[in-house]
Design a protein around this ligand. Structure first.
Ligand code: NAI
Ligand code: MG
Length: 367
């Protein structure tokens, strides 16, 4: 069977703790199911800085580019607050995104039945929620030029950020959203602000044209991004896939994330363009949360976001749909059984450690 290469970048804080639980599942899948994963490991973030003064080394960057997929833990922590800006821990993640050209950020918001009480919204609003936000990640106002602060000389300054999108950037992110929708609920809602932004007009036009040309079997709707924010909180189950730009996607995906309760539950994927010959996409999978320095080293971190990120990896990088669903189901089964890590603990449940949660998920996976 073809070898499946994965680069593990555990990073800092709780990163290594949650990664080692997924690593054990990967070994298990190799031994029991002949999955033929070949893993390698590298340093990223503060741990890489401590080892060689860079947030990711050229060698590890090469490994990331060569691997079929990258699993990323989390980076950062107070220890590195004072390191120079361009080698700060986050620079490792930014370099990975840039050099791997990861333009599509996928952020699912799934509400597990057992956790529908931990949302700030009423259980009936969120129970069974399963939406996917597709955020453009390499363009828009975070990167557009000019990007300056100018001293106007009269005690005033002027700051400029520029929202820039070109047709091809909108086409390719829309394509990802429509393809994702085909494998899910077959609905895409595109969000922009065409009423006040030229980039919103182009966004709307290009999404509409892409839909007409290649994806008219998928149901497409459009919403102004601010109204979209309202609708996400009012009745999130009306959505299946949401596609939006970098800035609106940053905010809307965080809003959607909190519909479901805990940060320790949320996975993400970042995908590049398909290879012209093989069709394979460069991809990085990571939990949404950070390195949680406040609980690092205590063995109490919730590994579910890391497992759920690996489930996305199985689906999107290896087309192992059955295994991906089995892992997602294992997570739900374990939660149904009433065990919880501290961050999602509630009355009547039993609190367990990171390792115990990992073991429980692996056991449910192979059951
Ligand atoms: P954080 O996500 O690390 O933690 C926020 C809160 O949620 C903390 O109380 C933490 O204990 C809790 N938490 C997060 N993940 C958890 C898990 N798996 N299980 C149980 N509890 C969990 O965000 P914070 O505190 O703002 O940032 C801490 C460090 O992480 C900073 O250095 C920040 O720059 C970095 N960071 C890194 C990210 C990444 O690597 N992609 C993303 C966000 C922050
Ligand atoms: Mg954000």
């Amino acid at each position: 069977m073809t070898e499946r290469s994965i680069l593990l970048l555990p990073g800092d804080g709780i990163g290594p703790e949650i990664m080692s639980e997924v690593k054990a599942l990967i070994s298990h899948m190799n031994e029991k199911d002949g999955a033929n994963f070949k893993t390698d490991e590298g340093l990223v973030g503060g741990s890489a800085y401590d080892a060689h003064g860079q947030a990711i080394s050229d060698g590890d960057m090469e490994k990331a580019l060569a691997a079929d997929a990258v699993l990323f833990g989390a980076v950062g922590g107070p220890k590195w607050d004072d390191v120079p800006y361009d080698v700060r821990p986050e620079a490792g993640l930014l370099r990975l995104r840039k050099d791997m050209a990861l333009f599509a950020n996928l952020r699912p918001a799934i509400c597990y039945p057992a956790l529908s009480n931990s949302s700030s919204l009423r259980p009936e609003v969120v129970e069974g929620l399963d939406i996917l936000i597709v955020r453009e990640l390499t363009g828009g106002v975070y990167f557009g030029e000019p990007k300056t602060i100018t001293d106007l000389g009269n005690g005033q300054k002027r700051a400029i950020d520029t929202q820039v999108y070109e047709t091809y950037e909108i086409e390719r992110i829309a394509g990802v959203a429509f393809e994702m929708a085909r494998a899910r609920g077959n609905k895409v809602c595109s969000m922009e602000k065409r009423n006040v932004m030229k980039s919103g007009v182009l966004w709307n036009d290009v999404v509409t044209a892409t839909h007409k040309a290649k994806y008219d079997d998928v149901e497409l709707s459009h919403m102004l991004a601010d109204a979209g924010g309202m609708q996400l909180v009012r009745w999130p189950k009306q959505f299946d896939v949401i596609v939006t730009d970098n800035l609106f996607g940053d905010m809307l995906s965080d809003v959607a994330a909190m519909l479901t309760g805990s940060l320790g539950m949320l996975p993400s994927a970042s995908l590049g363009a398909p290879d012209e010959k093989t069709g394979a996409r460069k991809a990085l999978y990571e939990p949404v949360h950070g390195s949680a320095p406040d609980i690092a080293g205590k063995g109490i971190a919730n590994p579910i976001a890391m497992f759920a990120s690996f489930a996305m990896c199985l689906r999107y990088s290896f087309n192992m749909i059955a295994e991906s669903e089995r892992l997602e189901k294992a997570i739900a089964t374990v939660l149904d059984s009433g065990v919880r890590t501290g961050d999602i603990m509630s009355d009547g449940c039993t609190q367990i450690t990171t390792t115990q949660m990992g073991e429980a998920i692996r056991k449910a996976y192979s059951a």
